[in-house]
Design a protein around this ligand. Structure first.
Ligand code: 5AD
Ligand code: SF4
Length: 463
């Protein structure tokens, strides 16, 4: 008789750290025999890995729970339903009251307890685990098996730092992810080496405040993010390194130098400024001025002239005037972003800005957002067009949408569709950009013999 493996379905919302956490949840449950499924209908455990950053993101979980309740009625199945992530941390037991379909609630620092929490839920308890113990989380979470890593992507995430001590007045992260904690360097290097050995070629280091990284090194000293990057660049199979998200205040000189020195460190940087107005920046508790930010990116570009920059912006922060919004439009122009994300301010429970006078009307927020997004889109298109006719390096990540096509990413994180190529997933190749689509670049691959020597050497070393 064969025993059916229990099935796990995880749906992640929000940031890349949730994507990483979802993988770690599945690693934590793999020793219990769980296998992943893509459909909630046949799952034995359904996890909603939630985001609390804006109201819209947080509300999604309740509509999804409504659909699961209906699905349970229609199919007569009774999977364990778990709410994880930042909404779980922020709302805790409230979720059980509001949604009777939920069997367990688990915050981001407690995923190592999932097997036990599921066992308790199966026994009829409705456990809530929202304790804060980040270092314990990483020490106790199961490692991914080589097979699990190979089943994912050649581009992997790796959390190096979690939480935030900055307390921007709009942001829930210090409350949902807790105080800033860095993982020890040895643990990170071991994880990166395991990823590389299983075929991963690109690693993005994750942290809510990643440039504030100060993990303990093997020498007992605190290591900066730059020092960690130099160490990770020594791992043979790793061809590309990235990190996100940085805060301008923590962007140290040695990190700028790392961008000058390390070929493996990609020339793409997500460095949010949020607003171009000094008064708004102060009210946001960002603790720097617009000019400080512009000076910083000038220094970064002096070290790495082809640096593509990305940012985040909030429009309609309490008290934001028309003139202050225009300052945001100006900084988008001056910083020459390759891409940027913009959001309407969303008052979050428990954050200082949510209580402030001068909340901006929805209509004004919408109008400002549309104008800002049009400007960003124009900038983004200009950046994409500037790549046409140029050779760029692409990491091949998957087969493309059309026959014979492969898909990968440029150093600047742009998706690239490569035509007529005989390349494999994991290859690092040079391509010629031939055109620009709405969300990606089109490119033609060069023959292996026409590839730059450095890439051929890398291919031989990792074959
Ligand atoms: N309202 C709108 N946007 C927000 N962000 C964070 N908190 C809020 C909020 N309350 C945006 C910031 C941040 C990104 C991840 O989300 O721009 O950089
Ligand atoms: Fe959302 Fe922030 Fe939590 Fe990520 S850390 S899921 S962006 S609230």
């Amino acid at each position: 008789m064969t025993v059916r493996s229990p099935k796990l379905f995880v749906r992640s919302y929000g940031c890349q750290m949730n994507v990483y956490d979802a993988e770690r949840m599945s690693d934590a449950l793999a020793p219990e025999g769980y296998v992943a499924t893509e459909t909630p209908e046949d799952a034995d455990v359904i996890v909603l890995n939630t985001c609390h950053i804006r109201e819209k993101a947080a509300e999604k979980v309740y509509s999804e729970l409504g659909r699961i309740r209906k699905m349970k009625q229609e199919t007569g199945r009774a999977p364990i339903v778990a709410v994880a992530g930042c909404v779980a941390q922020a709302e805790g037991a409230e979720i059980l009251k509001r949604a009777p379909v939920v069997d367990l609630v688990v915050g981001p620092q407690s995923y190592q307890n999932l097997p036990e929490l599921i066992a308790r839920a199966k026994a009829g308890a409705r456990p809530v685990d929202t304790d804060f113990a980040v270092s314990e989380k990483f020490a106790r979470l199961a490692e991914a098996t080589p097979r699990a890593i190979r089943g994912r992507s050649v581009a992997a995430f790796l959390t190096v730092q979690e939480g935030c001590d900055k307390f921007c007045s709009f942001c829930v992260v210090p409350y949902t992810r807790g105080a800033e904690v860095s993982r020890p360097v040895g643990q990170i290097v071991a994880e990166a080496e395991r990823l590389a050995a299983a075929g991963v070629r690109e690693i993005t280091l994750l942290g809510q405040n990643v440039d504030a990284f100060h993990g303990e090194g093997p020498d007992g000293r605190s290591w900066s993010l730059a020092r960690l990057l130099y160490r990770l660049a020594e791992i043979d199979g790793i061809a590309r390194l990235r990190y996100t998200t940085s805060h301008p205040l923590d962007f140290a000189e040695d990190l700028i130098t790392a961008h000058r020195d390390l070929d493996k460190l990609m020339p793409y940087l997500h460095l949010p400024v949020q607003s171009g107005s000094d008064r708004v920046l102060k009210a946001m508790n960002r603790r720097h001025k617009a000019a400080d930010y512009l000076r910083l990116i000038e220094r970064i570009r002096a070290a790495r002239p082809d640096m593509a920059l990305s940012g985040d912006f909030i429009v309609g922060f309490p008290g934001e005037t028309d003139a202050e919004f225009e300052a945001t439009m100006r900084i988008v122009d001056e910083a020459a972003y390759a891409s940027a994300f913009s959001f309407k301010y969303s008052p979050r429970p428990g954050t200082p800005a949510a209580e402030r006078e001068g909340q901006v009307s929805e209509d004004v927020k919408t109008e400002r957002l549309l104008r800002l997004q049009a400007l960003i889109a124009a900038r983004q298109a200009a950046f994409q067009r500037s790549l046409v006719g140029r050779p760029i390096e692409v990491l091949v990540e998957r087969v493309g949408r059309h026959d014979g096509q492969m898909a990968g990413r440029s150093p600047y994180l742009t998706p690239v569709q490569i035509a007529d190529c005989e390349v494999a997933v994991g290859d690092l190749i040079e391509v010629d950009v031939t055109g620009v689509g709405p969300n990606s670049l089109f490119a033609a691959s060069r023959k292996p013999a026409e590839q730059p020597k450095s890439l051929r050497q890398f291919a031989e070393a990792t074959a």
